[in-house]
Design a binder for this molecule. Structure first.
Ligand SMILES: Cc1cc2nc3c(=O)[nH]c(=O)nc-3n(C[C@H](O)[C@H](O)[C@H](O)COP(=O)(O)OP(=O)(O)OC[C@H]3O[C@@H](n4cnc5c(N)ncnc54)[C@H](O)[C@@H]3O)c2cc1C
Length: 318
């Protein structure tokens, strides 16, 4: 039971960055336990992209070509069957809403201890003690996962991408999935190249932008930085921007390396969705705006003056 199984989610044929981080985590854990890091992916991962999974540390890649776009219950079934096949003591998933739901179901199926939002490798000298991000990333709780099996969902950007080249040999895998009694209807799916939850850089706008007609300032800066765009709740409530861009307690929670907030006051409900970002830059004309207290860098200024100059300077520099 020293092997580690990692579920790899894919989009447009390639593994998601968060899943590759989970592979890195799984490979490092397998090195600690003396087992193999085995990835499992569905038909959503194109065979041509499997070598990337090996590059980040997977010894083998089980490829379930008979499953595509699985929902949580299907992920739980196929991962449980793969875990039995490779005798995995630990199952690793990249944190997402579906992954956390699947993790809970996997815990029941495998009789395993479950931890979500995992931010550190385990301390095996003390049992299996991992650090979980808590209080929107402000604190780390230490948890000892007792028992022979564990299911971990890994916090985005907690591990980072580092190449640990392994064979990553593709093996055919055919799980048998029972019909899913719960069908989830997707109301709105983000399209476009950069997913907000996967992006390294996010540029968000708030009510300070005054209206949707000014959003070109945000999208131009985002394009220059190869960033995804987000917004505050009132902005999506007023339909200035689509709802899948709404960041915060009641929206998407992001943890990019860089979060740029423009014309957003920094209400506690917005901060709840962004405070685990590595670096926060705030642009606001009010020096008393609460967001400055959470910022690493701040610009007190009018967004309509600052953004064009900032974008122009970055275009020249990049
Ligand atoms: C139960 C509950 C859940 C909520 N969930 C969320 C959530 O998930 N996400 C979320 O965002 N909010 C959420 N909210 C709303 C939250 O409390 C705030 O009302 C909201 O975040 C404010 O949005 P804002 O900062 O864009 O607008 P405002 O509060 O109006 O702030 C606009 C900011 O722009 C600045 N500004 C104005 N003009 C300029 C300019 N020209 N240049 C630069 N800066 C300028 C102002 O100084 C101000 O700081 C929730 C509220 C409740 C009650």
């Amino acid at each position: 039971m020293n092997n580690v199984l990692i579920f790899v989610e894919a989009e447009n044929g390639a593994a998601k960055k968060s899943s590759l981080e989970a592979v890195v985590y799984g490979a490092k854990l397998a090195a600690q336990t003396g087992g193999q890091a085995v990835a499992v992916a569905t038909a959503d991962l194109a065979a041509a992209h499997a070598p990337e999974v090996g590059l980040y540390g997977a010894d083998r890649v089980l490829h379930a070509a008979n499953v595509a776009q699985p929902q949580a219950a299907e992920i739980a079934q196929l991962v449980a069957q793969a875990a039995e096949q490779v005798q995995a003591g630990t199952v690793v998933l990249a944190k997402s809403i579906a992954a956390d739901l699947a993790a809970a179901q996997l815990g029941v199926k495998l009789g395993a201890a479950v931890a979500t939002n995992v931010a550190t490798l385990p301390d095996l000298a003390q049992g299996f003690v991992i650090g979980r991000a808590a209080y929107t990333g402000k604190a780390l709780t230490q948890v000892n996962l007792a028992g022979p099996r564990r299911v971990l969902s890994i916090k985005k950007n907690a591990v980072g991408l580092s190449e640990l080249p392994k064979a990553g040999a593709l093996e055919s895998f055919s799980p048998s999935l029972a019909a899913n009694p719960i069908q989830v209807k997707e109301v709105q799916k983000q399209t476009g190249e950069l997913l907000l939850t996967e992006a390294d850089i996010v540029v968000s706008g708030g009510r300070g932008l005054k209206g949707p007609e000014n959003w070109g300032l945000i999208t131009k800066l985002a394009k220059t930085l190869h960033a995804a765009t987000g917004c505050s709740k009132p902005v999506s409530d007023m339909d200035w921007r689509p709802h899948h861009e709404h960041v915060g307690q009641t929206g998407i929670k992001v943890s990019p390396n860089l979060y740029v907030a423009v014309g957003i006051s920094g209400a506690i409900q917005h901060l709840a969705g962004v405070s685990s970002s590595k670096t926060i830059v705030v642009i606001n004309k009010d020096p008393e705006a609460p967001f400055f207290k959470a910022a690493d860098y701040g610009v007190v200024g009018d967004a309509f003056e600052v953004l064009p100059k900032l974008t122009e300077a970055l275009e020249k520099a990049m």
